[in-house]
Design a protein around this ligand. Sequence first.
Ligand SMILES: C[S@@+](CC[C@H](N)C(=O)[O-])C[C@H]1O[C@@H](n2cnc3c(N)ncnc32)[C@H](O)[C@@H]1O
Length: 259
Amino acid sequence: MEPSIYEYPAIFRRVHMEKPSEIGAEVAFMRKVWRRHLKRPVRRVVDVACGDSPHGLALARAGIEVAGIDRSPTMIAKGRKEAGAAPIRFYRRPIERFRIPERPFDAAFFMSETFPIMTDNRALLSHLDSVGRLLGRGGLYCVDIDRHDGVEVVDARKLWRQREVNAEGTWVDVREYHRPIAWSSGMHSIYELECTIHFPAGTVVTRDIVPVRYTVPSLLELAARASGYFTLVGCYPDLSLTKPIEKCHGRWFGVLRRI
Ligand SMILES: C[S@@+](CC[C@H](N)C(=O)[O-])C[C@H]1O[C@@H](n2cnc3c(N)ncnc32)[C@H](O)[C@@H]1O
């Protein structure tokens, strides 16, 4: 089987076209959301699907205790190395269902538009149950979701985009495909990411196949209520507290409160 791009943490962020400055802007926005919706200071947070936890690291350096959850040992190893003495603990867990030996947290967050990979109702509800059990009453769960519309439904695997990127001196050919989906699946797309990485010692091809659930604010609200743990208290587009959600350009933040 071909490896995942998450086996190459130094490369994945460039492949996803993210700029390092985005992390700072996202953390600053999250802190604004906390101030608006939580009437107590945030001292302890959970970073869900944390990878190497760039958001967690920024918060830990500001004195907040962080627990990160991810299934990738490679991403976690990179996070531990970068964190040094900063107060982050990493746990290797699946996001769909997990427990960690920690006392309650004030907030949790799920960044990088990865939440919609939970395409199955049971996975979505057991995920919310897992996060809900970790938060104290009133605690917030911020979820970052890309705007879902306009994807062409295909009846055969189809090349969507291709580009070449340079990640820390290594050239990578990136090809993104859409795969067919069943009309009844409730999915937005099945996204396939193929990266051909030209290392000096040889070429490696990674492949990630990512089913994406069609996730809009009303679905998040329904899932939150169905979980019995959360209620949706805010939806904020494009890191703005004032822009109407209908004008969302790229992605939106759903804010759930632990009841
Ligand atoms: C796009 S990265 C985001 C990492 C980090 N939140 C950031 O903003 O840089 C997505 C992460 O989700 C993790 N992941 C994907 N599916 C997962 C699952 N089912 N359980 C646990 N982690 C998962 C991957 O290992 C990867 O580190």
